[in-house]
Structure formats: structure tokens, C-alpha cells
Design a protein around this ligand. Structure first.
Ligand code: 4NP
Length: 146
């Protein structure tokens, strides 16, 4: 299974989702590939936001070597599932879908809830980490129960 985590900047939420999913995948002994990307281009080539690096480190996950890249339509060819954080990400990713098959790959990470953008909210990183971890564990549990 190849999974792509997508947010707007690819410096706050999706790098956390990338690192957390890799961590849980390893813990469960699964052979899944995980990556992340942003719909925007502002931070291409940058490491994750220092606040995301710090909160991941607090929970024993190192995301400091990740490098921001932009989502592109070719990601639909590369990945089996594309998880987005909020409704704007959903709209922006779906706008690049070339077929119904592409569209079927795209889902909200939390299914019925969105992961809010913590970029301007220093104190939200812990809550965002918890939301993303819950989402990642639910995805894996659902997959393992099939
Ligand atoms: P992210 O947060 O989408 O969780 O990476 C953001 C980071 C940067 C910007 C927006 C959102 N920005 O506008 O630069």
C-alpha cells in the first residue's frame, strides 16, 4: 500500500501525518510506503515547521529530515490512497483528478472531521498531533480488519 498525506503547506500537518503513519506502520510490521506533499508551493525544499518537528520529537518521532514538495497529478499514479487534512485540500486535490479512479483515492484523514491548520496557532500542535495519530491508527485498524 502506498499512502500520500496532503495539506496546504506540507510543513505542519502532512509532515506529522507522514511521520506518525510511518511510525504506526512500523509498529504493526506492515510494508506500506508513506509520503507527504502540499497543494501550495511556498515551502518547496524546506524542512517541516519547527513546531511540528518539536511535537513529533516529544512523542518519539523524528520528522526533521523530511523535505517539502508540491502535490501534482502524477501522484495519482504513484499512490493507492491520498489522505487530505481539510476541505480546501480535498477540493484542491480533487481539482487535479483526471478520472473517477483518481477521485476514489482521495479521502479526509479523519473521515468526518477536518484537521485544522495550526500554522497561526502555536498551542494547537499537540491537539493536531493527537487528531492525526487517531486517524492513522483508525486507517490501519480498518485495513487490518478487512
Ligand atoms: P500546513 O500549514 O498546511 O499544515 O503545512 C500551513 C503552512 C504554511 C502555510 C499555510 C498552511 N502558508 O501559508 O505558508
Amino acid at each position: 500500500m502506498k499512502i500520500l498525506m496532503v495539506c496546504l503547506g506540507n510543513i505542519c500537518r502532512s509532515p506529522l501525518a507522514h511521520g506518525i503513519m510511518e511510525h504506526v506502520v512500523k509498529e504493526k510490521g506492515l510494508n506500506w510506503d508513506v509520503d507527504s506533499a502540499g497543494t501550495g508551493d511556498w515551502h518547496i525544499g524546506s524542512p517541516p515547521d519547527r513546531r511540528s518537528i518539536a511535537i513529533a520529537k516529544k512523542y518519539g518521532i523524528d520528522i526533521s529530515s523530511q523535505c517539502c514538495r508540491q502535490f501534482s497529478a502524477s501522484d495519482f499514479d504513484e499512490f493507492d490512497r491520498i489522505y487530505v487534512m481539510d476541505k480546501m485540500n480535498l477540493r484542491d486535490v480533487l481539482a487535479q483528478a483526471r478520472s473517477e479512479e483518481d477521485k476514489q483515492k482521495v479521502r479526509l484523514l479523519l473521515n468526518k472531521e477536518v484537521v485544522p491548520d495550526p500554522y497561526y496557532e502555536d498551542d494547537q500542535f499537540d491537539a493536531v498531533f493527537q487528531m492525526i495519530e487517531k486517524g492513522c491508527r483508525e486507517i490501519i485498524n480498518e485495513e487490518l480488519s478487512k
